[in-house]
Design a protein around this ligand. Structure first.
Ligand code: ATP
Length: 355
C-alpha cells in the first residue's frame, strides 16, 4: 500500500455522557477516496468534523501528512470541505465564491484569477463566473462549492453528504464528476454518506460505521461480497435471509425449508447440531428455476413481481421467508405470474452465514 496521508489513531468523541465515536482507527493512503458509510446518527459527521478540526477528540490523535493536527485549528490543516447544504455566499458571484479562500490566504489577484479559471474549467462551468448562486441549479451550486474548496489546493478534501440535497439524475452524474476530478487532482478524500450506492460506486475503500464504531473497512467489492458482520450484510445491498438449522457442523450441513444444503467447509465452526442459524444470499446469486452448475435449490411460490425495465425483480416465498431475485427482461417471454409455484437455484458457496 502506498504512503499513509491521513491517520486516525484511536479517536473517541463524547458529548457529555454519550460517546458517539468509539476507538476509531483508520489509515488513508495518499490520493485515496474513502467513504464513511452508515445510518443517521452513527457518528460519520462527527468523525469528519474531528478530521476538519471543528470538533476536538475526547481521546486519540489525528495525523495529516505526517503532522499531528489534533490540536490545530481548521485553517491550519490545509483541508477543503464541502457540505450538504449549498453553503455558497449568496451575495458573491461564482468567481468571487471560488476565489474566497484564496483571498483569505493572501494569494495575489493575478494568481487568484488564474486559479478561478482553472477551477471553472475543472467543474465545467466556464462562462458562469458572473452569475450569483440563485441563478444556478443545485448541481451547479455544489460544483461551485467543490471548486471553492479545491481552489486553495488543499491536500485533503472532506465531503459531507454533498449530493444528498440533489435530485436523483443530478446526483448520479455529479458522483462521476467528483470521482473524475478527485482522480485527476489526486487528492486524498473522505466522503460521508448514508447512501450505499454512492459509497459503492465512488470509493476506493469504505468504512461502514455503526453506533460510533467502524464495523468494517474494505474495498466496495469486499464490503459487498464478504460482509464481516450482520449489520454490514444488511446495510449494504439487498439481502435475503433464510432460516436454517445446523445438521452436521463437521460436514457443514444445514437444513433449509426441509432441504439439505452443504456449505463451505468451516462455515459452521462454533455451532452445534440443532442450532438455528440465518443464511444470507444476494439477489444476483439466485436464479428462477433449475440451472446447471447451481448445486442447491428450494421450492417456493411467486409472491410479487416488479417490472423495473431492464430487469424484473421477483419475490419468491420460501417457507416463512421471502427471497428477492432479479431476472433480465426478455421481451420474448412473459414475466413470472404471482401465485405460480417455482424453484429457485443457487450455489451453496454463495451462502453467507450470519453470526
Ligand atoms: P447524519 O447522517 O444524520 O448526519 P451521522 O452519522 O453523521 O448522522 P453525527 O452527526 O456524527 O451522525 O452524530 C452522531 C451522534 O452524536 C448523534 O446521536 C448526534 O445527536 C450526536 N451529536 C452530534 N453533535 C453533537 C453535539 N454537538 N452535542 C451533542 N450531541 C451531538
Amino acid at each position: 500500500m502506498s504512503e499513509t496521508f491521513l491517520s486516525i489513531q484511536g479517536v473517541r468523541k463524547a458529548f457529555g455522557a454519550t460517546t458517539v465515536v468509539k476507538d476509531f482507527i483508520l489509515d488513508v493512503a495518499r490520493g485515496e477516496f474513502v467513504s464513511f458509510l452508515g445510518p443517521s446518527g452513527c457518528g460519520k459527521t462527527t468523525m469528519l468534523r474531528m478530521v476538519a478540526g471543528f470538533e476536538e477528540p475526547s481521546a486519540g490523535s489525528i495525523m495529516i501528512g505526517g503532522r499531528d493536527v489534533t490540536n490545530l485549528k481548521p485553517n491550519q490543516r490545509n483541508i477543503g470541505m464541502v457540505f450538504q447544504a449549498y453553503a455558497l455566499f449568496p451575495n458573491l458571484t461564482v468567481a468571487q465564491n471560488i476565489a474566497f479562500g484564496l483571498k483569505v490566504a493572501g494569494v495575489s489577484r493575478a494568481e487568484s484569477d488564474e486559479r478561478v479559471r482553472e477551477m471553472l474549467a475543472i467543474i465545467k462551468l466556464e462562462g458562469f463566473e458572473g452569475r450569483y448562486p440563485y441563478q444556478l441549479s443545485g448541481g451547479q451550486q455544489q460544483r461551485v462549492a467543490l471548486a471553492r474548496a479545491l481552489a486553495p489546493r488543499p491536500k485533503l478534501l472532506l465531503l459531507d453528504e454533498p449530493l444528498s440535497a440533489l435530485d436523483a439524475k443530478v446526483r448520479v452524474s455529479l458522483r462521476e464528476e467528483i470521482r473524475l476530478i478527485q482522480k485527476k487532482l489526486d487528492i486524498t478524500t473522505i466522503f460521508v454518506t448514508h447512501d450505499q450506492e454512492e459509497a459503492l460506486s465512488m470509493s476506493d475503500r469504505i468504512v461502514v460505521m455503526y453506533d460510533g464504531r467502524a464495523e468494517q473497512v474494505g474495498t466496495p467489492f469486499d464490503i459487498y461480497n464478504r460482509p464481516a458482520t450482520r449489520f454490514v450484510a444488511n446495510f449494504v445491498g439487498t439481502l435475503n435471509v433464510l432460516d436454517g438449522t445446523v445438521k452436521d457442523p463437521a460436514r457443514a450441513v444445514v437444513h433449509v425449508d426441509g432441504r439439505e444444503i452443504t456449505l463451505r467447509n468451516g462455515a459452521l465452526n462454533g455451532t452445534r447440531a440443532g442450532d438455528a442459524l440465518s443464511l444470507a444470499l444476494r439477489p444476483e446469486a439466485i436464479v428462477l428455476g433449475r440451472q446447471e452448475g447451481r448445486d442447491s435449490s428450494l421450492v417456493g411460490e411467486i409472491a410479487d413481481v416488479s417490472f423495473l425495465g431492464s430487469v424484473i425483480r421477483v419475490k419468491v416465498g420460501v417457507g416463512k421467508s421471502a427471497v428477492s431475485l432479479d431476472t433480465f427482461n426478455n421481451p420474448a417471454s412473459p414475466p413470472p405470474v404471482i401465485g405460480e409455484k417455482t424453484e429457485i437455484s443457487f450455489s451453496s458457496g454463495d451462502l453467507l452465514v450470519l453470526h
